[in-house]
Ligand binder design. Structure first.
Ligand SMILES: Nc1ncnc2c1ncn2[C@@H]1O[C@H](COP(=O)(O)OP(=O)(O)OP(=O)(O)O)[C@@H](O)[C@H]1O
Ligand SMILES: [Mg+2]
Length: 331
């Protein structure tokens, strides 16, 4: 997929005159949303979520957490239980057509008409939303997704990664302002994953808001402005990525000692240090927010105790470690 640095026009709806939305208002507003399926399973439990215009929001959660259910409700594929959902200020129930035309969905499951050609499928999809034909836009879209050469091929003749890109082209065929990507890179190779990330960033540059679900923490870390963690139908946390990493992040200080120790000296016991590497390495785990206070103090106490080191380094805990700790705390 070529991701060129070409000027892209803003989404169709934000160019429309007399639009109901106001710049800067929430593109998606979910309030008190709950959903219980017919078998009694409560898939969503009082979910509140506002998405800002032009942001990339990553929804993280284990299998069965409710991610697809949430997306499906916003897109009108699953009936909401209680609560309200608005897209660009329009209610998904009373203004269904208005909200649906503003949304693009790349579903988790790959299913599309395998016998149709790429171009026909994408053109048809645009028509379904009542958009005027625009062959130039479709050509640009397919070129952006490196599908132009395959435009006359039947979809069944494409590789898995190409089929996924066709789904993205379909989702963007009507120039939506809010794009849902439900696990866009599951089963996709590393190169295509990186290309998809670049595509998402470019969409954001032209004002499209993106909500993506993912199991790949690296993807959220790489892409998202904000991250939401959903667990057993409850949105347990929503925060800016940077502040999430700062607030919940842990750090590890590793000291390579000059001389091996048999045990942590008694005078240092209150630090909760961990001795490893046959006594040659001392590790200290601490909250990232405490760094400036505690690390200099520890180093002073080490010097007083006569523990010398040849090297030291610190490591920030990854989003993955944060995520696992959060879910454990929510059990
Ligand atoms: N049509 C349905 N009828 C009954 N239960 C359902 C239905 N669809 C989903 N569920 C249940 O609702 C819960 C949430 O499912 P959902 O597909 O939203 O999870 P998810 O977070 O998208 O998971 P994954 O990461 O595996 O895609 C699961 O327990 C699932 O079994
Ligand atoms: Mg899902």
């Amino acid at each position: 997929m070529k991701v060129q640095n070409r000027e892209m026009r803003p989404p169709r709806s934000s160019r429309a005159a007399g639009d109901a939305h106001v710049a800067g208002s929430a593109v998606l507003s979910v309030a008190g949303l709950s959903k219980t399926y017919a078998d009694g399973h409560r898939a969503l439990d009082h979910v509140d979520l506002d998405m800002r215009r032009g942001e990339i929001f990553a929804l993280l959660g284990p299998n069965g957490a409710g991610k697809t259910t949430l997306i499906s409700i916003v897109c009108g594929l699953v009936r909401p239980g209680s609560g309200s959902v608005r897209v660009a200020g329009f209610d998904i129930r009373s203004d269904y057509r208005e909200t649906r035309s503003r949304i693009g969905l790349v579903p988790q499951e790959l299913h599309t008409d395998m016998f149709e050609t790429v171009l026909h499928t994408v053109r048809f999809s645009r028509g379904l939303f009542g958009c005027a034909p625009d062959e130039a836009y479709l050509e640009q879209l397919l070129r952006d997704l490196s599908l132009w050469d395959k435009r006359n091929n039947a979809i069944m003749t494409l590789s898995g990664g190409m089929k996924r890109r066709v789904l993205i082209a379909k989702a963007l065929s009507h120039e939506p302002e809010l794009l849902f990507l439900d696990e866009p890179t599951a089963g996709v190779d590393v190169e295509l994953r990186r290309e998809m990330w670049a595509l998402v960033r470019r969409l954001r540059e032209r004002g499209v808001s993106v909500l993506l679900t993912t199991h790949y923490i690296e993807e959220a870390e790489e892409m998202a402005d904000r991250i939401g963690v959903i667990h057993q139908g409850r949105l347990v946390l929503v925060d800016d990525k940077a502040s999430l990493m700062r607030k919940l992040g842990r750090k590890q200080l590793t000291l390579h000692l000059d001389r091996s120790l048999d045990a942590v000296p008694r005078a240092l016991e209150h630090w909760g240090l961990h001795l490893s590497g046959g006594g040659a390495v001392l590790e200290y785990h601490f909250d990232a927010s405490d760094e400036s206070a505690c690390v200099p103090q520890l180093l002073r106490e080490l010097a007083r105790t006569g523990v010398e080191f040849t090297d030291l380094n610190t490591r920030q805990s990854s989003l993955e470690e944060i995520f696992i700790r959060l879910l454990e705390a929510d059990r």
